[in-house]
Design a protein around this ligand. Structure first.
Ligand SMILES: *Cc1c(COP(=O)(O)O)cnc(C)c1O
Length: 394
């Protein structure tokens, strides 16, 4: 089996698993308790906080542990909105291809009286900093733009957008779930006020993540309850999972450059190979992308059928985000970069990791070409295209 869906989730690394299992035995205490078991858990929790903070250039007190990326996104945006509202600022700038954890939070805020401007992500899947600057108004309280897109892998000019927000005195949040542990992220150098991350996207456990909030940016708690996480996030901390996240992040950052070089090479090979399939196109800019993240559209086919047939041949891939599988709507990301419905339906996302070999990439290219040709053989759209009743787009 070739697992090529690492943007959906990653398996836990052996080291992260070892941390988690050993802490299940040694650190099962409640980190808020005063006796030894509690204090052991507290120490492990604070060590993890220091480690995670250090790996993204933050201070330990600026890290709040959450249940994952979705919660961190919700809390970051809700907090900035609450701060804005107190100053009469109820306008938010974002982009059309954000994760649903961001887009749906913004939709909810619109119902509460906020207005949202979504900047264009252009055909190359890249936000333009000058367009963000132009969208910022006197009543803007937040700019939220993702670090790297989870479907097409494009990396945004975060540092420049952050600098613009700093200059204009507007808070800047970035959903960095696909970036942290994969490419260099430094909250100070990147001018970031709020950042979301999730452990299961970098070989840590599911159900654990963190929110970075720059010192001085007050967070609103989403969950009412105890005083855990300095009152920012009620609920007894899952210390073994949090410690495993720190282990996974340390490992990921440690091998980042080697991994990046390898996956860039594999990704290039995959892009060149799939590009040989007639009437196909890479989605998103070729150069500004996450290493090993490849998304293609093939004209005249259905992405879902392609996935099922690839699965039969031992290849795990996706048509976009795992969250949209099961719905018949084409990906909002592909529509945002200007793909028309018909074309957006025939999409394939392949996100590689270190365990994928060159031979695996050859197999993916071969099987995909074969399955695309097979599906086109009985596709009515393809027949119309071949008969000249419809124009090819790709
Ligand atoms: C996976 C993902 C999320 C959600 O993270 P969870 O930990 O699964 O809640 C948010 N944003 C992006 C970009 C993601 O890829």
């Amino acid at each position: 089996m070739i697992y090529a869906d690492n943007a959906a989730t990653t398996p836990m690394s052996p080291a992260a698993r070892e941390t988690m299992v050993s802490l299940l035995d040694t650190c099962w205490g409640n980190a808020s308790s005063l006796y030894l078991h509690g204090q052991r858990a507290r120490e492990a929790l604070e060590n993890a906080r220091a480690e995670v903070a250090n790996l993204i250039g933050a201070q330990p007190r600026e890290i709040v542990f959450t249940s994952g990326g979705s919660e961190a996104d919700n809390q970051a945006i809700r907090s900035a909105a609450a701060l804005g509202k107190r100053q009469g600022k109820t306008h938010i700038v974002s982009s059309a291809f954000e994760h649903h954890a961001v887009l749906h939070t913004l939709k909810a805020l619109e119902k509460e009286g906020f207005t949202v401007t979504l900047v264009d992500v252009h055909h190359d899947g890249l936000v333009r900093p000058d367009e963000v600057a132009a969208a910022i108004r006197d009543d803007t309280c937040l700019v939220t733009i993702m670090y790297a897109n989870n479907e097409i892998g494009t990396i945004q000019p975060i540092r420049e957008i952050g600098a613009i927000c700093r200059e204009k005195g507007v808070l800047f949040h970035t959903d960095a779930v696909q970036a942290v542990g994969h490419i260099p992220v430094d909250v100070v150098e990147d001018n970031i006020d709020l950042l979301s991350a999730s452990a299961h996207k970098f070989h840590g456990p599911k159900g654990t993540g963190f929110l970075y909030a720059r010192r001085g940016v007050a967070l609103t708690s989403l969950i009412a309850g105890g005083a855990q996480e300095k009152g920012k996030r009620a609920g007894t901390e899952n210390v073994p999972a949090i410690a495993a996240m720190a282990t996974a992040l340390r490992e990921a950052v440690g091998k980042m450059e080697v991994r990046r070089a390898y996956l860039t090479r594999l990704g290039d090979k995959l892009i060149d190979g799939l590009g040989q399939i007639p009437h196909s196109a890479l989605n998103g800019d070729r150069d500004h992308r996450l290493p090993g993240s490849v998304n293609f559209c093939f004209e005249g086919i259905e992405g879902e059928s392609l996935l099922l047939l690839l699965d039969d041949r031992g290849i795990c891939a996706s048509s976009g985000s795992a969250c949209t599988s099961g719905s018949l709507d084409p990906s909002h990301v592909l529509l945002a970069i200007g793909r028309v419905h018909d074309v957006a339906h025939g999409s394939l996302r392949l996100t590689l990791d270190e365990d994928v070999t060159e031979a695996d990439v050859d197999a993916i290219i071969r099987e995909t070409a074969d399955v695309v040709a097979y599906l086109r053989g009985f596709s009515p759209i393809w027949r119309d295209l071949m008969a000249g009743k419809k124009q090819f787009i790709l």
